[in-house]
Design a protein around this ligand. Sequence first.
Ligand code: SF4
Ligand code: SF4
Length: 356
Amino acid sequence: MSISASDVKRHAVELGFDLCGIAPAQAFSELRFFKEWLDRGYAGEMSYLERTAQAREDVRVSMPWARSVIALATLYNSRRPHSTDLPPDEARISRYAWGDDYHVVVGARLEKLLRWMRERGDTSFEARSYVDTGPVQERVYARYAGLGWIGKNTCLINKDLGSWLFLSEIVTSLPLEPDVPALDHCGTCTRCLDLCPTGALVEPHVLDSNRCLSYLTIELKGAIPTEHHDSLGSHVYGCDICQEVCPWNSTAASTTDPSWSPRPGLDQPRLVSLWRRSDAELSELLKGSAMKRAKLRGLRRNVAVALGNLGTPEAREALQEVGDPQASPSAADPMVAEHVASALRKVESGEGGDGA
Ligand code: SF4
Ligand code: SF4
């Protein structure tokens, strides 16, 4: 039996995907901007982006057989408060990281979809699946597959579901019927640019990672430059502000999929509680979570900066209890220790306390 686009879409929904569309494997104009973005230095230390730049300009560079991109989106929004509504002593953790690691959960669903396609198809075909893992500019293909438009905040936005979406795709040699690209609905709005705490959205659709809290708290492996410590506020893993302020998320759909429900220890944890966990406890908490990407020393570094910003006596007390280096080697790491010292200086000088 031959495989049609509508069969693939129907089965994708049965497997738990919220959106599925087809884009032709072409060199879309948006794909070309990537090189310029790199040349402007906006990728920071993410050298893997530089290494794969050519492939990211067109999926056919690494997959010359590609004819279609099956773009998929999975809603992860759970009905919990926005980071901007939390009290200052609670850690801000990006919504996408509250539950199970999306690479694993969505990856397994993608594999099922691909297996179903192979079992159903009467001809052999080439295909590769990716969940934020390959040299594919997912948002661009998702846009051309009709899943949504790329907002000025650089996220893919769907009119009905908002932007709390995990994107994934199957690149295939099958010539599937393409969808109509989605229209842009940002209009004259500039809320994401205006309300980004660091000015990282330097112009519509253009993010300077070096200033973005998501980059600084997750991708940056070394010290966080001191000029960014204040703006980190209580963010310890990622930042959702430019999505939270987007009007298209004010009535965004939510999911009941238990994979994305916040784990108890990551459900609005207090900064001091996170800090006081031993390395073994933190590792247990982050087992199977996307938050492992920052590594324990990265997470501790972020919590130390956030405690300095909180600036309360309790925050100072917690920072002073660095604890047993045997039980928590990450807290004794020289880079973390440097951030603890800087945070303590801030608390003692009375500069902390902005907390947001
Ligand atoms: S994630 Fe946060 S810091 Fe980064 S662009 Fe969005 S609002 Fe700005
Ligand atoms: S906040 Fe406004 S400008 Fe930014 S992505 Fe949303 S609709 Fe577009």
